[in-house]
Design a protein around this ligand. Structure first.
Ligand code: ZN
Length: 357
């Protein structure tokens, strides 16, 4: 897991007797791309200079903007891409995003509503986010990667590597969210991002009515009982994040993207596949809105990683305390707190090695 602050960039190196696979899950913000490239360059030769799979969990900049760089630099060696196409056609998606950019540039109402979120150049920030998305879609098309791009849903797996499969969303869940995804037009998500930037870096501008960005209240006891029970308010884009599972015999490693509580409960996904995990990548950089007590009880993870800046609310202090209640010793790690990059090595002997470079 590469430290990309409140974003995700994960490199999986899978090796078995007759096959190996290099998988990249998300690319973080593009400003951290140098870190990803450095790691990729180190490991590519071991994997025959190919990226077997690039997973874009969802259309948010903290996951997707670095993907543009990955595609730019490695398009000729990427074998497969999993991404949500929203409009079911990348050309329509591109057209739609461009329309949205023009609309935003012309709309005084939007400009006003965005300005409320911050005292600095928030409109530019929003437009940049859209432009990043357009470029990713354009690149997939320009490099002729549409044929290897798949709208991955539950049950899909990496060919020749069934151990790596999609847990969520189901096709139906995704389709049910489709209208909302279109309506959402990324604007709400970008606004939410602005709020976070503002609360972390520019606290003097934070508005008290925005309870979601206020520091989480630390409860005196039973932190698990105080966790959220619903992800109401979490964006549709996040809720349909591509959640993947690496399952080797009875050992399970779950990668959650920014999925929410109902992503699991509404689809009836709390089954033995994701019970008693060896490794959990805690959803949405540890946001309190995305993980419930029920989920944690089900996952019952041995080791938890959070890809986050370790700011005020990410990861949620109560989630970390709840996780710590069950374990002795440190089993919750935050990328920006511990080391710059983590290499975790899981072997047949069930040992986990932590290698820092
Ligand atoms: Zn995210």
């Amino acid at each position: 897991m590469i430290n990309v602050q409140d974003g995700d960039a994960i490199i999986l190196m899978l090796e078995k007797e007759n096959r190996n696979a290099l998988i990249v899950i998300d690319g973080g913000y593009n400003k951290y791309y140098g870190k990803i490239k450095r790691r990729l360059e180190e490991v590519l030769p071991r994997f025959g200079n190919k990226i077997d799979l690039l997973v874009c969990t969802h259309y948010d900049n903290d996951h997707l903007s670095g993907v543009e760089n990955i595609i730019e630099d490695y398009h000729s060696i990427i074998r497969e891409i999993w991404i949500h196409k929203v409009e079911h056609s990348l050309s329509e998606q591109e057209k739609y995003l461009n329309q949205e950019i023009s609309r935003l540039q012309e709309s005084k109402d939007d400009e006003k509503s965005i300005k409320e979120f911050s005292a600095f150049d928030s409109m530019d920030f929003v437009l940049e986010a859209y432009k990043d998305l357009v470029r990713v879609v354009e690149k997939i098309r320009a490099y002729g990667l549409e044929d290897i791009t798949k709208e991955a849903t539950r049950g899909d797996f990496l060919a020749g590597f069934e151990e790596f499969s999609v847990i969520s969303p189901t096709k139906k869940y995704y389709d049910d969210y489709l209208e909302e995804l279109k309506d959402e037009t990324y604007l709400n998500e970008t606004k939410a991002l602005l709020l976070e930037h503002q609360s972390e870096d520019r606290s003097e501008f934070a508005m008290p009515k925005l309870t979601e960005i206020m520091e989480e209240e630390i409860v005196a006891s039973n932190p698990c009982e105080h966790l959220k029970k619903s992800s109401k308010g979490v964006s549709a884009t996040n809720m349909v994040s591509i959640v993947t599972l690496l399952k080797i015999d009875d050992r399970k490693l779950l990668f959650t993207g920014d999925s929410g509580i109902e992503s699991f409960t509404d689809q009836g996904l709390l089954d033995k596949n994701i019970k008693d995990l060896e490794f959990l990548d805690l959803s949405h950089h540890g946001s309190k809105y995305n993980t419930s007590k029920e989920l944690l009880e089900y996952f019952n993870p041995e080791t938890v990683f959070v890809s986050a800046k370790n700011g005020k609310n990410r990861p949620s202090k109560n989630i970390v305390r709840c996780l710590n209640e069950k374990r002795t010793g440190d089993n919750v790690f935050v990328t920006n707190k511990n080391f710059d990059t983590w290499y975790l090595k899981y072997t047949n002997s069930k040992n986990i090695y932590r290698v820092t470079i």
